[in-house]
Structures are given as structure tokens and as C-alpha cells.
Design a protein around this ligand. Sequence first.
Ligand code: ZN
Ligand code: ZN
Length: 194
Amino acid sequence: MAKRKKLRKKVLCPTCDKFFVAQRAGRGLRKVQRCPFCNQDVLKPQSISELKTAAWQMFATYIKLRDSDDNGISAVCCTCGQRVAIGSKQCQAGHFLHGRTKGVLFSEMGVHVQCDVCNVHKGGNPDAYWPFMVRAYGWKNVGKLLIDQKRDQGAWTRDELQQIIRYYASRIVALPYGGLYEQRVENALLKWGK
Ligand SMILES: [Zn+2]
Ligand SMILES: [Zn+2]
């Protein structure tokens, strides 16, 4: 039986648009590859799930600051009224609707500050979230959100997620207390937002 030839992983250099064989580091591949043609460093492309997490973190930070009513320091849980400190594990960005479909995962209308008890232990506390939503947005808009939830918009692309990261980075720094987060946002953009 012929020995199966081991595939050698190739990398596309974004600077000069040429393929080269990836350099190895021990059993894996080097994290940063150097293009032999133009000598530029080529970073490993981020996975969709890494980008999704980064986009969620940026979005959730925006939601917490948007909902804060206290110099960006704390916010009130939309379903039980408890005040929670932003940055603590009690302060969470909680979805109104379950199911992380593309239509509602990053919906500003569908996500608000919740305490960990409501968000995690009470499964989003829907008994209180429904009346809050209807009061805040009206039945018509809540209905639109329900339709968005069902809409199948396919899988996420890197581009879409990076757009979300960039978009919420700019929204955060534009908020009244967003300046507090400028450095953190900049670091995240350097890492994810290209
Ligand atoms: Zn190159
Ligand atoms: Zn709560």
C-alpha cells in the first residue's frame, strides 16, 4: 500500500498574494508565519468562533455602558431592578429571546443588562422580561424581534463579525462614559478588528 503523502499546509500571504508552505514549530505550525517572498509576518486567521466571542464581548460591553445610569459604574437589572456593578460577574448582558440566531444575537433591542440571578439562574427571567419589553418598545416592535429570531440568515462570516467588532468599538467610545474603555477597545481592535 502506498504511503499516504502528508499534506503540507500552505499559507496565502495577504501582502504579496502568493502561497508558501507553512513553517512548523515542533508538532504544530508556527503561530506567526514569515512570508519568504516579501518577508512580512502573516498571522493565523482567527476562527469564526473566536471572532464571535470577541464580537459578543464588544457588543455586551456596549450594552452594559448604554444601560448604565451612574457614570458608567453600575446599571439596574431590567427584570428585577437590582443594581449591579459594571465589570462584575453579576452584571451581564441578557437576551430577551432564547436561541442565538443571527437575527437576535446582536440585537440592541433584544439585549439588556441583567443580574446573574435573572440571566442564569432564572433562565433570562422571561416572566419579567416580557412586560419590560412591551413597556419599553411596544407590542409591534417586540413582534418584529420575534420574526427576526426565526429568520435564517446563514452562517457568520469573518467579515460580518469583524464589522460588528468595529461598529461596537466606535459606539462604545461615543458613549458618555466610553472614554473609560478607550484603551481596552483599542487593544481589542488591534487584535480582532482588521
Ligand atoms: Zn508575501
Ligand atoms: Zn435581576
